[in-house]
Design a protein around this ligand. Structure first.
Ligand code: NAD
Ligand code: ZN
Length: 344
């Protein structure tokens, strides 16, 4: 069993990582929750794989009930939010009773948002089951739904009581979903943990150790910048170009981040910020984990990224990786960027 403690201003919690922990959840939940009733929120796909197992491992110690929503991003909606709240109220939920989010990032974001709003806040535990949600949404407390055609536009910061990760859940993930998570995992290595990249190159198997090494990077950044006002920006490495690529070609998010990282590395090299030797290493790792290596020319996307919501008016915030395991936030205006690239 591996454990990582997340320490924030007003709350702290543990992330527990252990193979097959889904069969032994009660002792961990009992550490943080003293009442007897638990409501599990999951989606129809994750339900078929894991709900019975989770219920079995809790049923001797807790009274259980559950709410199932359709799998996929469309469940991060106001309608599904209302449906979950209504079901929970029908089932008689009280303000001191626990929610468990069992599923990928959609279930994590939706359940966290319900937990932040119902009775003005009830406790919840996250059991993320997709690699992406384990790597990414398990730290940071961002919850929310999509609305008015905009992703994550309604939401709240809400920290869980605990996050429990069972790496054996990867076995049932589609190859595409797995690669999706790998994009963010490799990004964590690139921006803040060279050792993680070495481990990924040495043994292509995502075990407890690799998950912890990846989580350490997001932990460090989130603890420095709980409410996303500065340092967390380094997590956007590969995202500036990645968002443009994702929108244009319909790649999965993690795949687009992989392509975006290569574009950001090339731009960094041209600006004399990034050591040129890292390009080949990053391509090698991305290829090893079945992420797309497509050589889009970053010059063609400089126009698109101006509209990226993460860029404040007039200034573009690029994240560069000078060498593997290190990242910097580089603020530059559009005209300065053009000038620098012209001088090349
Ligand atoms: N809150 C945050 O900090 C944060 C960070 C990153 C992403 N997100 C959000 O997370 C969402 C994406 O997460 P996601 O990729 O996990 O999406 P998802 O929850 O839709 O899961 C992807 C698919 O995999 C299935 N699935 C999940 N675990 C499985 C398993 N172990 N075996 C088989 N199938 C499984 C799901 O049913 C779904 O069909 C987006 O909405 C994104 O905005 C949030
Ligand atoms: Zn991302």
């Amino acid at each position: 069993m591996r454990k990582l403690d997340i320490n924030l201003k007003n709350s702290s919690y543990d992330i527990i990582v252990e193979n097959n922990i889904l069969d032994n959840l009660a002792p961990y939940i009992k550490e943080v929750y003293k009442n007897d009733k638990i409501f599990i929120i999951t989606d129809d796909k994750v339900k078929t794989y894991y709900l019975d197992r989770v219920m079995k491992s809790l049923e001797n110690d807790f009274k259980l009930d559950y709410v199932v929503v359709k799998n996929g991003e469309e469940s991060k909606s106001l309608e599904t939010f209302a449906y979950v709240c209504e079901e929970l109220l029908k089932k008689g939920i009280r303000r001191n009773q626990l929610l468990i989010a069992l599923g990928g990032g959609v279930i994590g974001d939706l359940t966290g948002f319900v937990a932040s709003a119902l009775y003005r806040g009830i406790p919840y535990v996250g059991i993320p089951t997709s690699l992406l949600s384990q790597m990414d949404s398990s730290i940071g407390g961002k919850t929310g739904i999509d609305f008015y055609g905009r992703k994550n536009i309604l939401g709240a910061f809400k920290q869980p009581l605990m996050v429990i990760i069972d790496p054996t859940t990867h076995k049932t993930l589609d190859a595409k979903e797995f690669a999706n998570g790998m994009g963010e995992l490799i990004k964590h290595g690139a921006i803040g943990n060279k050792k993680l990249l070495d481990l990924l190159l040495a043994k292509p198997e995502i075990d407890e150790n690799i998950i912890i090494e990846s989580l350490k990077v997001k932990k460090r950044v989130v603890e420095l910048d709980e409410f996303d006002q500065g340092e967390r920006m380094t997590l956007n490495f590969g995202h500036t170009f990645g968002h443009a690529i994702e929108l244009k070609y319909g790649y999965k998010h993690g795949e687009a981040v992989a392509i975006g990282m290569i574009m950001a590395i090339k731009l960094g090299i041209d600006l004399n910020i990034t050591d040129s030797s890292i390009l080949d290493t990053m391509k090698k790792i991305l290829k090893l984990y079945n992420l797309p290596i497509v050589d889009y020319d970053y010059h063609d996307y400089l126009e698109d990224i101006k509209g990226d919501k993460k860029n404040l008016a007039g200034t573009i915030n690029f994240i560069f990786v000078p060498k593997l395991g290190e990242s910097i936030i580089y603020k530059i205006t559009e005209s300065e960027l053009k000038e620098k690239l012209r001088c090349k």
